[in-house]
Design a binder for this molecule. Structure first.
Ligand SMILES: Cc1ncc(COP(=O)(O)O)c(C=O)c1O
Length: 398
């Protein structure tokens, strides 16, 4: 018996593996603080849970229309009109199992073997993994701390070849928290239009913004709607990771492809969960505001705490709930430091290389954890990092 050849090219999301490693250590009785997984620690707000419960109790237990229930597609279209700067038709909305579904379908629908997909490095690892899985070639575009974790449009232009089919952007970004400016988006749009490329715009963190930052969707720019697939979802904004609900805003020429892929995979996202999502997107939003405000306070705690450590340099991102500090001053790679933090301090973080090679000297922390746990994690991290840096300094002066 043997696996199909294509299984040799599929990657993974190492956050899940790191979490399993951390849990294995916990099972031996060690205390571990989890800063590896990108999952809000809040429970889904009560009004959303009640709406799903009502749906279950009133017979919403049958197959949905494969592209989503009309009530949810209309609510998503209305929400996008309000905050994305363009008004999609409800027919453009495809409800998927997780935001990840949109990623998968976009790449399956567009990428032939040998085609190139430009992906952020560091970036969410599934863009690269699925590209390889379908026989495509991921082409990394560097996202650097010295450029505020924004891509450089001139560098992007230099990576486009005759084989390029798709550019993936993600703002606010995982793992850096970086946010693209309207000027960046315009420059990316110009490149996409000039070379007739499609953009997959992952906007799953677009509601998690701080310090007055606002979201701009590249799909709202002139000429971009017909060449942009917007990915968003319910996991992060409403703390609904386990509901597995996302959506794509899909241009008309891709409706057939998305429909066929949905029918061939999941037949539609869970019906009663979609009723919960209607309440999430069109009900009161005060709990979202409160969660974002809490994330902001945690961001400041984690950024200030990291910058107070020798050998660590951390930007203060204005979006998402991650930081991606540079740790060159420790003399260790991100992978080595992540390993030592887990083993010696019981703090689980990810190596920057979980997101691409550019992140070699970084680690990623998710601050979707309580302030109390974050403060304790910082204290424990300092007990590992400070002696390492002091030891290096002493070695250098000897
Ligand atoms: C950038 C990015 N896109 C998409 C997803 C997938 O979200 P979902 O859980 O809705 O599939 C994640 C989840 O971590 C993410 O970080």
């Amino acid at each position: 018996m043997q696996l199909a050849a294509r299984m040799a090219s599929i990657g993974t999301e190492s956050a899940f593996e790191a979490a399993a490693r951390a849990r294995a250590l916990e099972a031996t009785g060690r205390s571990v603080i989890h800063l590896e997984i990108g999952e809000p620690d809040f429970d889904t707000p009560a009004n959303i849970r009640a709406a799903a419960r009502r749906a279950l109790d009133t017979g919403k237990t049958h197959y949905p229309p494969y592209s989503g229930i009309p009530e949810l597609r209309a609510a998503i279209a209305a929400d996008s009109a309000l905050r994305r700067g363009f008004a999609p038709d409800p027919a453009d909305v495809f409800v998927t199992v997780g935001g990840k579904g949109v990623m998968y379908y976009a790449i399956l629908a567009l990428v032939n073997p040998g085609d190139e997909v430009i992906v952020p490095d560091p970036g969410y690892p599934i863009y690269e993994s699925v590209t390889r899985f379908v026989g495509g070639t991921p082409v990394p575009i560097a996202i650097r701390q010295e450029n505020d974790f924004r891509l450089d449009p001139a560098e992007l232009a230099s990576l486009v070849t005759e084989r390029t089919r798709l550019i993936v952007i993600n703002s606010p970004a995982n793992p850096t928290g970086g946010v693209l400016t309207p000027e960046d988006l315009q420059a990316i749009a110009d490149i996409a239009i000039r070379h007739d490329l499609v953009v997959l715009s992952d906007e799953i963190y677009s509601r998690i913004l701080y310090d007055g930052a606002t979201h701009t969707s590249i799909a709202a720019l002139p000429g971009m709607r017909e060449r942009t697939i917007v990915l968003d979802g319910f996991s992060k904004t409403w703390a609904m990771t386990g509901w597995r609900l996302g959506y794509g805003l899909v241009p008309e020429w891709l409706h057939f492809a998305f429909g066929r892929l949905l029918i061939n995979s999941v037949s539609g996202a869970t019906t009663f969960a979609q009723w919960g999502a209607v309440e999430a997107i069109s009900g009161p939003q005060d709990e979202v505001d409160a969660m974002v405000e809490e994330f902001r306070a945690r961001r400041d705690l984690v950024v200030d705490g990291l910058n107070a450590m020798s050998g660590v340099s951390c930007l203060r991102p204005v979006g998402a709930f991650y930081v991606f500090p540079e740790i060159t001053g420790t003399g260790l790679t991100g992978a080595q430091l992540a390993d030592r933090l887990l083993q010696e301090a019981g703090v689980s973080v990810l190596a920057g290389t979980a997101f691409g090679q550019v992140g070699t000297n970084h680690i990623r922390l998710s601050y979707a954890n309580s302030r109390e746990n974050i403060a304790e994690a910082l204290r424990r991290m300092a007990t590992v990092i400070e002696p390492i840096v002091a030891g290096r300094a002493a070695g250098a002066t000897r």
